[in-house]
Design a protein around this ligand. Structure first.
Ligand SMILES: [Zn+2]
Length: 337
């Protein structure tokens, strides 16, 4: 008898990757030539070969240096989002800069590509409790949705206690949090970057299959995640054990993503983020810090009410109540970016 995801006991659990996202940014060791163009081209070739339309969050400085890359992305039909001008943490920017650079780069990217720029991803998922002004600033800059939160404790930037499925901030901005999977006391953002290269594939598949019905599970990656040919060098600003992880298993990244998206038909995040019915039905998350709340909003220790059904998605189930974990109950592990 099929279970809730349509799988029989003898079948592989039905995978539900909804979207593939790429954070288009440079990570270069000082004194070495850029490898971004070659790596990004390989990623775009991979997406084309698998007929995948992704959401590509672009750092402004990359767009300035590589306008031809932006043209290629747009010609392939990918959605283009914004990933800050120079990959600074939100707390380093402040609200005025987020609004000003967001408005400026939305216009520039739209001029370069001829397509609307609707999505925002904070560098290193740095939308945390420390920047309560951020959702309003992102909305004021004109973005329709955000994908900027790791809803778990994390040494780089996490938001423990945030919902693990899409939600709305009290200001109205929809948020697509990084998918996480629970392993004992920790929640792991398993579907991207270092985690997607390091964790056993069986565990990743299990996490995907266990995503709740209200989830919109997306993969994230960076061009360097695929660069198996990069000479090993100690990365500046990292601890001794971090650099080997940054290089680990890059040669398997294409293969792993291909396995995860097989049969899943991923679509750009704006398919959900710009669907009024989907957004309207999202639960509102009001963090525990004092802030203006809308009717129906619940505090950080509350329970979320409706969970929306995305458009045209036969894998979705009816809305149900989605509880979320209180903050501060998890040890830290790896960074989220
Ligand atoms: Zn990034």
């Amino acid at each position: 008898m099929p279970d809730s995801r349509g799988a029989t006991p003898h079948e592989q659990p039905r995978l539900r990757i909804a979207s593939v996202t790429v954070d288009l940014e440079e990570r270069r060791t000082p004194g070495t030539p850029s490898r971004l163009m070659a790596n990004a081209t390989r990623v775009l070739d991979f997406l084309d070969a698998h007929e995948l339309r992704a959401t590509i969050f672009v750092v402004g400085g990359v767009a300035r240096e590589h306008p031809a890359l932006l043209a290629r992305i747009a010609a392939s039909g990918h959605e283009i989002g914004f990933h800050s001008e120079s990959h600074e943490f939100l707390r380093e920017l402040g609200p005025d800069e987020v609004i000003a650079s967001g408005k400026e780069w939305r216009a520039r990217l739209e001029d370069l590509t001829g397509s609307p720029v609707l999505g925002y991803r904070a560098p290193s998922f740095s939308l945390t409790r420390a920047v309560p002004w951020a959702p309003a600033a992102i909305a004021d800059a004109g973005f329709a949705y955000s994908s900027s939160v790791v809803p778990a404790r994390n040494p780089v930037a996490g938001f423990p206690g945030a919902p693990t499925t899409p939600f709305r901030w009290p200001e109205g901005l929809p948020e697509f949090p990084c998918p996480v999977g629970r392993l004992g006391p920790v929640s792991l953002p398993f579907a991207g970057g270092v985690y997607l290269r390091v964790l056993p594939m069986t565990l990743i598949r299990t996490f995907v299959a266990r995503q709740p019905p209200a989830a919109v599970p997306w993969i994230y990656c960076h061009p360097y995640d695929f660069d198996a040919a990069e000479p090993f060098r100690r990365m500046p600003g990292t601890r001794w054990w971090e650099t080997p992880i940054l290089f680990f298993n890059r040669k398997r990244m294409f293969e792993r993503i291909a396995m995860l998206v097989e049969g899943a038909s991923p679509r750009p995040l704006s398919v959900w983020g710009c669907d009024p019915a989907f957004v309207e039905a999202l639960p509102v998350f009001a963090p525990s810090a004092p802030r203006r709340a809308l009717p129906g909003a619940l505090g950080a220790s509350g329970v979320f009410q409706s969970a929306a059904t995305p458009p045209d998605d036969p894998l979705r189930e009816p809305p149900r109540t989605v509880p979320h974990a209180p903050p501060g109950d998890e040890p830290e592990l790896l960074g989220g970016d």
